[in-house]
Design a protein around this ligand. Structure first.
Ligand SMILES: *Cc1c(COP(=O)(O)O)cnc(C)c1O
Length: 243
């Protein structure tokens, strides 16, 4: 896949910013996973970013791309070959009636926020004889417009997930408040860290609880400073989305 100059420059710049953010936070680069978010970008744009990331990172291995909508994942997986090294992670809300359609097409699900959905996923996965990596989405900002389990209920919610053996619960995800006030954004990240520590401290689900997926194009350096282990980056890698 040939990579045009502007894609390469954008990807290179993002890769460098990621390195600087890790350095500034005194963290090892390997501790922070980059999940490129490809929603609303077509498969050729994904291929171009994929090729550019392989160049700048020196890692031509497979990568997962974040998507918000089941229909978009279905359409894109139909056009991407199994040997292209590209697969998808669902980072948006999932309705129970779309579970069967999406399960064969995703590597990971980062937005688990209801026990009804957990039960539905677990049942279908058991039928398929497989497991799925999941993160619990937590609404750390308290905004009504956001999905996610409320901070008050999150601990109990996570405890209840122990009943679903096909769900491999890897950690927590949040979308911070979109605000120029960095203290408010940081408070969202800290709330997720505190919840993770509480879950770990009580050994609720054993030692597999470690992932913190937080930080996007506008706030990833702050998220890394606060302990993010995965950052979800759309605009800074792909350019603006056409709605
Ligand atoms: C779209 C989206 C992102 C990426 O957002 P950018 O600001 O474009 O980096 C990250 N996480 C979630 C849940 C998203 O929906």
């Amino acid at each position: 896949m040939p990579v045009d100059g502007s894609t390469r420059a954008r990807v290179q710049r993002m890769w460098e910013r990621l390195g600087r953010a890790c350095e500034a936070a005194g963290r090892d680069r390997d501790e922070v996973r980059l999940l490129p978010v490809s929603k609303l970008h077509d498969v050729d744009e994904i291929r171009a970013v994929h090729a550019a990331l392989a160049e700048v990172s020196g890692d031509a291995g497979p990568r997962s791309y974040g998507e918000n909508h089941v229909q978009e994942i279905v359409a894109k997986t139909a056009r991407i070959g199994p040997d292209e090294g590209i697969d998808f992670t669902l980072i948006g809300h999932l309705q129970t009636n779309k579970v069967n359609a999406v399960l064969p097409r995703i590597r990971e699900f980062q937005a688990l926020d209801s026990l009804r959905l957990a039960a539905r996923l677990d049942r279908r996965l058991t039928e398929l004889g497989r497991t799925l990596d999941v993160l619990v989405e937590v609404n750390t900002s308290g905004e009504r417009t956001k999905h996610g389990v409320g901070l008050d209920e999150a601990f109990g919610f996570c405890e209840a997930l122990a009943d679903y053996e096909a769900l491999d619960v890897k950690g927590l995800m949040t979308v911070a408040v979109d605000s120029p006030d960095t203290a408010r954004v940081a408070a969202c990240f800290d709330a997720l860290v505190a919840l993770r520590d509480r879950l770990r401290g009580r050994a609720v689900l054993g030692s597999t609880w470690c992932e913190l997926s937080m930080g996007m194009s506008g706030d990833f350096p702050l998220a890394i400073a606060h302990g993010a282990t995965t950052v979800r980056i759309g605009t800074a890698l792909f350019g603006p989305r056409a709605y």
